[in-house]
Design a protein around this ligand. Structure first.
Ligand code: PEP
Ligand code: MN
Length: 338
């Protein structure tokens, strides 16, 4: 971190600042120029609040050199984190697919889809019980009953299950859930992130609708700083001016994230595009971009789905897509360019 001081800083204030910085176990290198003095802070600056320094009378400007995230930073943890899903590794060159309906609707629906996606090679079943909907009049999910049905499908198929939590108060219901999803709208619900940091199971963290990659990683950092290192990052499209697709899939987030963090990165092509016909191309593109996996919406009767039918694949299309996406992933990894 670099701190540029205003001209002729008051000596007492400068000494107070230096004493405080040194008390944080930082080495402070002072460069005095003719007009300005620059402080170079060396050490772990990730926990320092830049705004606190910026607000001081004697400070002109502060610049971060090191990223503000530490636990998820690849610089401190060069090896890929690998997370087990039902005994299958996700990350570290292993591409895996999570699939299932947007929402759990009935026992027959979720059990049928579970068997279908398992047969096609999915390693985990998704299905929302608590649904974050833009309108309070839209289907809100089956809630507690949805979790119960999802666990029935887990038992019937043997697949681990992934489902979204919307509030800390729901946590007791998630005891037998294998992976807890934090949706895009809750990416910066910091109290929820801290509570999930105390859990001993993987957290699938979705990127917020308008969040930068740094903000996304800082949210992962919240979970990790509270003790849970098992975070799966999911790019699910961001808000742009484009209206032809539900969101804009930021595929470049994959190589950027892979460079910055050791955590596995997956793509949700369903919410990113909003249309089933766009899901195969974006899934294959995600695999080609080096993603560690996909989370795809699949419904046994998309036309009658209570939520997101338009973007849901049929089990038949999913069964054709899954092996192709794995092949593309294997091909680019063998190629050695990524
Ligand atoms: C979902 O996965 O069902 C969902 C609501 O996704 P997102 O939070 O990405 O909108
Ligand atoms: Mn959905």
């Amino acid at each position: 971190m670099i701190v540029l001081l205003k001209r002729d800083p008051e000596e007492k204030q400068l000494q107070n600042l230096l004493d405080w910085l040194r008390s944080l176990s930082l080495d402070v290198h002072i460069s005095k120029g003719t007009n300005y003095t620059v402080l170079g802070l060396v050490g772990d600056t990730s926990t320092i609040d830049m705004e606190l320094i910026q607000a001081l009378d004697i400070v002109e400007n502060v610049k971060r050199i090191q990223e503000p995230f530490k636990s998820c930073n690849r610089k401190f943890h060069p090896d890929d984190t690998v997370i087990e899903l039902g005994g299958k590794p996700l990350g570290g060159g292993q591409f895996q697919i999570i699939a299932g309906p947007c929402s759990v609707e009935s026992e027959s629906q979720i059990v049928e889809v579970a068997h279908a996606v398992k047969a096609a090679g999915a390693v985990a079943l998704r299905g929302g019980a608590f649904k974050p909907r833009s309108s309070p009049y839209s289907f809100q999910g089956l809630r507690d009953e949805g979790i119960r049905l999802l666990l029935l499908a887990k038992k019937a198929s043997g697949l681990p299950v992934v489902t979204e939590i919307m509030d800390i108060s729901q946590l007791p219901l998630f005891e037998e859930v294998d992976v807890i999803q934090v949706g895009a709208r809750n990416m910066q619900n910091f109290e929820l992130l801290k509570a999930l940091g105390r859990e001993k199971k993987p957290i699938l963290l979705k990127r917020g609708l308008s969040s930068t990659i740094e903000e996304f990683l800082m949210s992962a950092e919240y979970i990790m700083a509270s003790g849970n290192e098992e975070v799966i990052l999911c790019e699910r499209g961001i808000r742009t001016f484009e209206t032809q697709t539900r969101n804009t899939l930021d595929l470049s987030a994959v190589p950027v994230l892979k460079k910055l963090t050791h955590l596995p990165v997956i793509i949700d092509p369903s919410h990113a595009t909003g249309y089933a016909e766009l899901v195969p191309s974006m899934s294959l593109a995600a695999a080609a971009a080096g993603a560690d996996g996909l989370i795809v919406e699949v419904h046994n009767n998309p036309a009658c789905a209570l939520c997101d039918g338009m973007q849901s694949l049929t089990p038949e299309t999913f069964a054709r897509l899954a092996p192709q996406a794995k092949q593309v992933s294997a091909l680019v990894r063998e190629g050695g360019l990524l």
